[in-house]
Design a protein around this ligand. Structure first.
Ligand code: SAM
Length: 352
């Protein structure tokens, strides 16, 4: 969060460089402020409204039935962070905000950002978790809880953006007819892969709360005809047999190591010999790399975040290779993805 406390004057910049400023005090606040401003902007529909009608802070507050003073402070903060610009006293979204935060954009991640407000409580619980308390266990929310719609719609927004790149990178066996999308949630990755690889169809296997949202989302986009949903817990549900391909996107960081090995074994049994398994996820740096350098902040903080969410972690490529080979797969090959910077795609083949 250094950017947020960059000195405005030469004297301030020099003080920062000379380590005279109490940087941790600013850092402990800046992260919350950045997240708070973005989440409030998305939840209150501020960017959306200003994209339709640029307005002064007062007019915006009036329009959205908000209190004038905090609205003014919030739009000023959005301006300072580069999401709004002001001309003649009226605010409008910048190009960056129009691309990523205005709901009508096909790259919008505004629902993902809005859903991020759920995570503050998780972070606030970090000291308790470290002392031995329970994690958020968010996948145990009741199937009818509104949480699922916010969560899975946010994941869908990210997938909508990255699906073309992912679908080009996944090796689909020639003539494939059937794929599994393990924890596929919104089903968008499966829909894109099937659309590009006829006559393949997909079965998304996911918890009831996610599957219900995924079905609705795909039906709403007209992309549902190639994708079926099966409700079930992947630690025990039947996966069928004879599938050509399985995708496992952003799931294993919610599972314990022994659950991952068991899932890979059952996935191997569900695939035909020579079938493919594609795993999209965040991973820790390779062990050799970690010995030489300090860990990357994004992998470490996200690893901690996943632990807070479901008690698991991000794993290393060496661990992944170990589980895959033990479950009967070839050692995986890695592809980096530009549209999902911190993530990697690993692909392996089911050996007979
Ligand atoms: C982070 S989302 C990823 C969604 C999608 N695969 C993607 O990459 O965008 C994790 C998904 O795993 C599902 N999931 C988590 N635990 C599960 C379990 N035990 N059984 C089935 N699905 C599970 C969640 O419901 C959610 O849809």
């Amino acid at each position: 969060m250094r950017m947020a406390i960059r000195g405005e004057t030469l004297a301030e910049r020099l003080a920062l460089r000379a380590r005279l400023a109490p940087v941790p005090a600013f850092e402990s606040m800046a992260g919350m402020a950045l997240s708070g401003v973005l989440v409030a902007g998305a939840r209150l529909g501020i960017l959306e409204r200003l994209a339709e009608h640029p307005a002064t802070a007062e007019a915006l507050a009036d329009d959205l039935a908000l209190r004038p003073e905090p609205t003014r402070l919030l739009v000023e903060a959005l301006e300072a962070l580069g999401y709004l610009r002001r001309r003649g006293g009226r605010y409008a979204p910048t190009r960056r905000a129009r691309r990523w935060l205005v709901p009508g954009s096909d790259r919008s991640v505004s629902r993902f950002v809005a859903a991020g407000g759920e995570h503050w409580e998780w972070w606030a619980g970090l000291p308790d978790v470290v002392r031995g308390g329970g994690t958020a266990a968010h996948h145990t929310a009741p199937a009818a809880a509104p949480y699922w719609r916010d969560y899975i719609t946010g994941q869908y927004e990210l997938a909508r953006y990255s699906a073309p790149e992912l679908a080009s990178a996944v090796r689909v066996p020639p003539g494939a007819r059937s794929m599994l999308d393990l924890g596929g949630g919104h089903g968008w990755f499966a829909a894109e892969l099937c659309r590009r690889n006829p006559p393949m169809r997909a079965l998304v296997v996911d918890l009831p709360g996610s599957a219900a949202v995924g079905r609705d989302l795909l039906a709403g986009t007209g992309q549902g005809r190639l994708v079926d949903f099966q409700e079930g817990d992947l630690r025990e549900t039947d996966l069928g047999t004879g599938h050509d391909l399985a995708l496992c996107g952003n799931l294993i960081h919610h599972f314990q190591p022994e659950e991952i090995l068991a899932l890979f074994r059952r996935t191997h049994a569900a695939l035909r010999p020579g079938g493919g398994l594609a795993i999209l996820d965040l991973f820790r740096e390779r062990e050799g790399h970690r010995r030489r350098r300090r860990p990357s902040a994004s992998a470490s903080c996200l690893g901690l975040f996943f632990h807070l969410s479901s008690g698991a972690a991000v794993y290393s490529p060496e661990q992944l290779t170990g589980w895959l080979t033990e479950a009967g797969f070839s050692p995986p090959r890695r592809t980096g993805l530009r549209r999902i910077p911190a993530q990697s795609l690993y692909q392996a083949t089911a050996l007979s």
